[in-house]
Every structure is written in C-alpha cells, then in structure tokens.
Design a protein around this ligand. Structure first.
Ligand SMILES: C[S@@+](CC[C@H](N)C(=O)[O-])C[C@H]1O[C@@H](n2cnc3c(N)ncnc32)[C@H](O)[C@@H]1O
Length: 187
C-alpha cells in the first residue's frame, strides 16, 4: 500500500501523534518488540546513524561506546527522544532531517539503523538507498520492521485494520511493503 502523503504531511501527523506514540507502542512492547530492538541493536558499533528515530525507543539498547546521530522529520518526536536521551544520560546528536535526503557525506557511518519506519516513508527505496550511501562499505545497515502475518486470516485482518485505522492516523503502510522495498533496494 502506497503512502500518498508528502513528507510535510507525515511530519505534521507525527507532530500531533508524538505525545501518544510511546503509549500506543506499549502494545507492541508487550508483544515482544522491545526484545527484538535489544537483539538488533547490540549489533551496532562505532559511529551510528539512526534514521527516523521517533521518540528514541531504541536508544537504551545501543552498546556503550556507540557515537549516535539520530534524525527524524518530526520535531515533536525528536523532542521526546531528546528528553529520553537526557533521562538515560546518553550523549546523542539529534537532527531534524528528511531521510530521503540525508545531509551526510558518503560512507561515514559504521552502523545505520532504523526501526518500524520503512512503512511510513512515501519513497522507501530512496531512503534505503540513502542509508546504504552513508554507510561504510564494511559497515552495517540494521532494520527492524513489521511484517504481514504468515497466518492468512491474521494477515487479512492486518490489511483491513491498518488500512482503515493506522494509516489515517499516523501514516503507516501495511507490513508486507517493506520487505519488497528492501529486496528492490538491494538489486
Ligand atoms: C512508526 S515511527 C517509528 C519511530 C521509531 N523508529 C521506533 O522504532 O519507534 C515512524 C517515524 O518515522 C519518521 N519519519 C517518517 N518519514 C520520515 C522521513 N522522510 N524522514 C525522517 N523521518 C521520517 C516519523 O516522524 C516517525 O517518527
């Protein structure tokens, strides 16, 4: 399902949603997403770029020694992430930026990470290509995304629910979308 919104419209939606985001995501945390965040981010090292950091739910899971720059298109989401970094006594540099045009030179990050975000980008291929561009050749791009359930009944329910509810509220596409995007970006 395509996201037919401009970056500005997505930014506005997340500015409104920022205060509820952690509460809403609590459901996914209970379903085990925090465990997946921890497993993924322990693979991070060195100079790290987190793309679409949101409210900073990944920040606590980076190994010590990581030097983190985090970007997002929503100022309100970044404000929450900044507070979280302060509470965790983490030194993170935050930047308001569009992931489609990352303001960094080629191949300067050891790790480029992003979670639960590919399905919100209007042009996910462009974002994935940008992430690859700023990552060193020997570096790592780490992605954590929702997927459509293998159970067909549940998958159909996801399609209906996400289409009718979450996309309108917070600009989220259906889960199967990111997998085909990653495959296309890897070609
Ligand atoms: C579903 S939230 C995920 C937040 C966070 N990564 C997490 O795991 O909780 C999607 C985030 O992507 C951000 N976003 C959407 N489009 C973006 C873009 N073009 N550039 C940067 N951030 C973007 C939104 O502002 C929002 O914070």
């Amino acid at each position: 399902m395509a996201i037919n919104l401009t970056s500005k419209e997505i930014s506005e939606k997340y500015n409104h949603f920022a205060r509820w985001y952690d509460w809403d995501e609590g459901v996914f945390d209970l379903l085990g997403v925090s465990r997946l965040r921890r497993r993924l981010l322990r693979l991070a090292s060195g100079q790290v770029l987190e793309v679409a950091v949101g409210t900073g739910k990944n920040l606590r899971y980076y190994p010590p020694g990581c030097r983190i720059i985090a970007v997002d298109i929503s100022k309100a989401m970044l404000d929450v992430a900044r507070k979280r970094a302060d509470q965790l006594s983490l030194n993170v540099s935050f930047l308001l930026a569009d992931a489609e045009a990352l303001p960094f030179r080629d191949e300067i990050f050891d790790t480029v990470a992003s979670s639960l975000s590919t399905c919100t980008f209007p042009n996910p291929i462009a974002v994935l290509e940008n992430m690859a561009r700023v990552c060193r050749t020997e570096g790592r791009v780490l992605l954590l995304e929702h997927g459509r359930s293998d159970c067909e009944r549940l998958g159909r329910w996801q399609d209906r629910t996400l289409k009718n509810l979450r996309c309108r509220l917070v600009a989220i596409g259906t889960g199967s979308r990111w997998i085909s995007c990653v495959k296309q970006a890897l070609k």
